[in-house]
Every structure is written in C-alpha cells, then in structure tokens.
Design a protein around this ligand. Structure first.
Ligand SMILES: Cc1cc2nc3c(=O)[nH]c(=O)nc-3n(C[C@H](O)[C@H](O)[C@H](O)COP(=O)(O)OP(=O)(O)OC[C@H]3O[C@@H](n4cnc5c(N)ncnc54)[C@H](O)[C@@H]3O)c2cc1C
Length: 464
C-alpha cells in the first residue's frame, strides 16, 4: 500500500526524532521509520549505557580508594554486575520509551517499525508499505565494524552492542582496539573486577591525540593494572571451550593473549549498505558514508543525510548539530553549515579527556607560528583536594591572530572544563580575553588562565 507524506525520516538516532518534531510543528505530515530500538546507538548501546556503567565503575573505584579519604568501608568491595546492568537498563529504557512516545504522539505523522529501503529517489519501502515524500532525511547511523580476521567465524566475540547484555564480570576481557570505545570499556571492566588486556596495532593508544596526552592516558590505565599491548596487530583469533586467544604480530612481547572474553572495538561502519541508495541515485564515498554538502544535502535534491552516516561526525552532538543545521535551513530561513562547527569531543575514561579544535600535531602541520601551554593536573588545587591529580591540560594558540586553535583537558572535570575554551573559540575571541577572566575558586576552570600564562613559542618538529 502506498502512503504519501510531506517528509520521511529513516532512523531514530540523535537527529531524526528532533527533526520529526520540528517538521510536525511546522505543519508537515511525517513518516518515521525505525528498524530496531528507538533512540539508536547513543541511547541503547552507546553514550547513555556506557556512561551509566562508567558511573558504576567510578563508584567501585572510589569505594576501593575510600581509605585515602579517611572513609572506612568494611571488607572487600565487590561489584554486582546484575545490579549494574539493571541500573543501566532502567536509564536506557526510560530514554528509549520517551523518544518512542514523543514520536508516536506527533500530529499528522506515523511511525513504521521495520527496515526501510529506498526504491527510488522519493520512495521508501518498509515491509509491504510504500512511502512517498518530497523530502527524505536519512539518519541510519552506524554499527561496530567487524574486521575480516581469520577465526572470527568460529570464536565468540562481543561488540559495544552485545556488551550491554553482560550480567557477569568476565574473568579476563581482551579488547582489540585501543581507541575511545576500547578504552572506556577497558577501564570500566577493570574497575568491575576483570583482568583486562588492550591490544592496539598503532604505536600508542588513541593515536589521533598528541603523544603526551596519549602517554598520560596510557599511564592512567596501566596504573590500574590494565595490560596494554601497542605495536601489536591482532592477525587471527582462536579459542577453546572456555577461552579466546588473540594471535598478535608484534616485535615485542608474547605473540598471543589468552582471555575469557573478546571485545572488538576497531571502529564503526555506516548502515548504508542495505538502504537502496543505488536505486535512489544517492552517492556514497569509498568508505560507505553518504556524500553530502555543507548543508547536509545529498546529490539527489530533496534527500538529506544526518548523523554518523554522512561521515561528518561520529558523535551524538554532531548528529544533533546536523538536525539543527537542517532545521535552520529548512524552517527558520537561517543558513547554517557543518563547516561552522569546531571539532569537540570527550573520552570518558576517568579522568575524562575533553578536547576542542586542533591537537598540537595538527596545529603544527599548518606551518604557522604558534604558542603552546601545558599544566600538569598536580598543580590544580581542585584536583589536589579531590586526590584526583592524574592528567594534564594543554592549549595551542595562533601566535599572529591570538586565537585559540585547540585544547585538551585530561583531568577531573575535563569534559566540562573544555567548554570555556570551546566557547571562546566560537566567539573567535583572542586568548587574552580568557586569560583575564575571573573564574570561580576552587575549580579546574580557574586554571585555564594559568595555563594561558604558561604559553611559550612552539619549538621543534611535529613530534606531538
Ligand atoms: C560504545 C559507544 C559509546 C559512545 N559514547 C559516546 C559519547 O559519550 N558521546 C558522544 O557524543 N557519542 C558517543 N558515541 C557515538 C554516538 O552514539 C553516535 O555518534 C550517535 O548515536 C550517532 O547518532 P545517529 O543519529 O547518527 O545514529 P544512531 O544513533 O546510530 O541511530 C540510527 C538509527 O537508525 C536505525 N536504522 C538504521 N538503518 C535503518 C533502516 N534501514 N531502516 C530503519 N531504521 C534504520 C537504527 O536502528 C538506529 O536506531 C558512542 C558510540 C559507541 C558505540
């Protein structure tokens, strides 16, 4: 049966639902299609559940450190993984139900549950239904990439999605991939009581970050007893009835790591492979991301792609910002584009890493004079008071314009503190403005002016 709407939204991640609401408020009829869980990755298998579990892991960690604060916790600190999971599930279910309820309540709109495929530029099939609209918004997100590695067809493995079902603590979790997802799960499960080994093929963890930031993260993790293997490419996996073995191509260390569970955290791939994009004439790039312009329009007029599937971002805030851009351009008459945004993200290990703009290494590649400031968290009063002095802050400034190019705050509250730098960057204000600002004591943010006091001309090559 064919149904016509003003707009079709495929996927209910971090852009689609908000756009559906705005379009509906503007008087349009909207068809919303979701094949699995309302709220997508962030709500069900990404940000929300992992941060809920990180909070449980932090509580366990602080309970073990209680004596450092003069607090007496009697006996062994244990973790009840079933309760950790139940708390996480309750948080997720509330958010998921809220999104579904909001979507089902939109006037002039309908929710279809099933896999959507485009069969023409403006036609989408969902089961036996054919949906037609002049405006189509693709918000299909991504999934864990599974490498074509010998043995993976015979050995059980976990991804960020199946990790959500664990209600026991793995005795030894082997994680392939030392980037954001791998590190968050690694520290979390170490704190839950697992032995954890992270296997990373690059010479260092989170290799996109500067070497000093990466080294500080390495120290944080190894100080908690996490095994880290770098320069270690997992080439195949094998297993016995109760163990998995990652076989490693490496010049140092043992050529195999044996554990009880295997987590693959080697990146993400867009859900664009079974979407009928060819039938619709929508172009993808060589990695499968839907090609879009600065306003997130595809090559087919009237078809947009938002969120992780367009390759312009890989975060909830980038997907939400995509919604804001499309809504502004379509409904508010204000022209906005992706090029206006400044890269920003956080890594939710403890302490968290907050990042804005360029790394030092990226800034150096511009070949312009610049200033770099650094401050260890051991200098920050607030961190000392909390006995959480791991990490460092650094900032990079253009020596001619005085504009801030980028910053990293690896330290307690780093995910929040970074915003005072980020907002100054959006304001295109000189760093001297932030240097003169009076911040509240005692906070980590009050040390941003001190960090700026420490600026020195960058010397040497692109070693960072
Ligand atoms: C472990 C982990 C932790 C993360 N932590 C953070 C974090 O702390 N902060 C942060 O900013 N980001 C984080 N992310 C990234 C964040 O989750 C994603 O960037 C974000 O969810 C992307 O949203 P999206 O709207 O692009 O798509 P998604 O949230 O992936 O949603 C896409 C939706 O489309 C549906 N869909 C797909 N194909 C079809 C189809 N053909 N028909 C119908 N429906 C379809 C899917 O079922 C899904 O519901 C994390 C990711 C992971 C994996």
């Amino acid at each position: 049966m064919t149904h016509s709407y003003d707009a079709i939204i495929i996927g209910t991640g971090q852009a689609g639902p908000f756009l559906a609401k705005r379009l509906s408020q503007a008087g349009m009829s909207v068809a919303i299609v979701e094949r699995h869980l309302f709220g997508g990755t962030c709500v069900n298998t990404g940000c929300m559940p992992t941060k809920a579990m990180v909070a449980s892991a932090y509580a366990a960690h602080m309970a073990r450190r209680a004596a450092d604060f003069g607090v007496v916790v009697g006996g062994h600190v244990g973790v009840d993984m079933k309760s950790v999971k139940a708390r996480k599930d309750a948080i997720v279910e509330r958010a998921r139900a809220g999104i579904e309820k909001m979507l089902r309540g939109l006037p002039r709109s309908a929710v279809y549950t099933g896999h959507a495929r485009m069969r023409a530029a403006h036609e989408v099939t969902v089961g036996d239904d054919v949906l037609r609209a002049d405006r189509i918004f693709i918000n299909v997100g991504g999934r864990a990439a599974i490498p074509s590695m010998p043995g993976l067809d015979r050995v059980p493995y976990l991804t960020n999605s199946s990790m959500m079902n664990l209600d026991t603590v793995p005795p030894h979790l082997v994680i392939i991939g030392g980037s954001y997802v791998g590190l968050e799960f690694g520290q979390m499960f170490r704190r839950f009581g697992s032995r954890v080994t992270i296997v990373e093929m690059a010479p260092r963890l989170v290799q996109h970050e500067d070497a000093d930031v990466s080294a500080a993260i390495h120290d944080v993790l190894t100080s908690e007893g996490i095994g880290v293997r770098v320069n270690a490419r997992c080439v195949r996996v094998s297993g016995t009835t109760d163990s998995v073995i990652a076989h490693i191509d490496c010049s140092e260390g043992r050529p195999a790591v044996e554990g009880s569970h295997l987590l693959l955290a080697v990146g993400r791939q867009p859900n664009t492979d079974d979407l009928g994009l060819d039938a619709a004439g929508v172009r993808r790039d060589e990695r499968g991301y839907i090609a879009v312009n600065d306003q997130l329009e595809t090559n087919v007029p009237g078809v947009w792609a938002l969120g992780d599937c367009n390759g312009k971002g890989a975060f909830t805030h980038t997907a939400y910002n995509d919604f804001e851009i499309v809504a502004s351009n379509l409904l508010d008459g204000t022209r906005r584009g992706v090029s206006e945004r400044i890269p920003a993200y956080a890594l939710y290990i403890d302490p968290p890493l907050g990042r804005a703009g360029l790394t030092e290494a990226e800034a150096r590649r511009r070949g312009r004079p610049m200033l770099v400031g650094q401050l260890p968290m051991t200098r920050v009063g607030r961190a000392i008071e909390k006995s959480e002095t791991n990490g460092l802050m650094k900032i990079v400034v253009d020596d001619q314009s005085n504009e801030i190019l980028g910053a990293a705050v690896l330290g307690t509250g780093g995910d929040e503190v970074i915003h005072c730098v980020l907002d100054t960057m959006y304001a295109k204000a000189p760093y001297t403005l932030l240097k003169r600002a009076m911040h509240i004591h005692p906070t980590v943010s009050e040390f941003i002016p001190t960090l700026l006091d420490a600026l020195k001309p960058a010397t040497g090559g692109a070693s960072a």
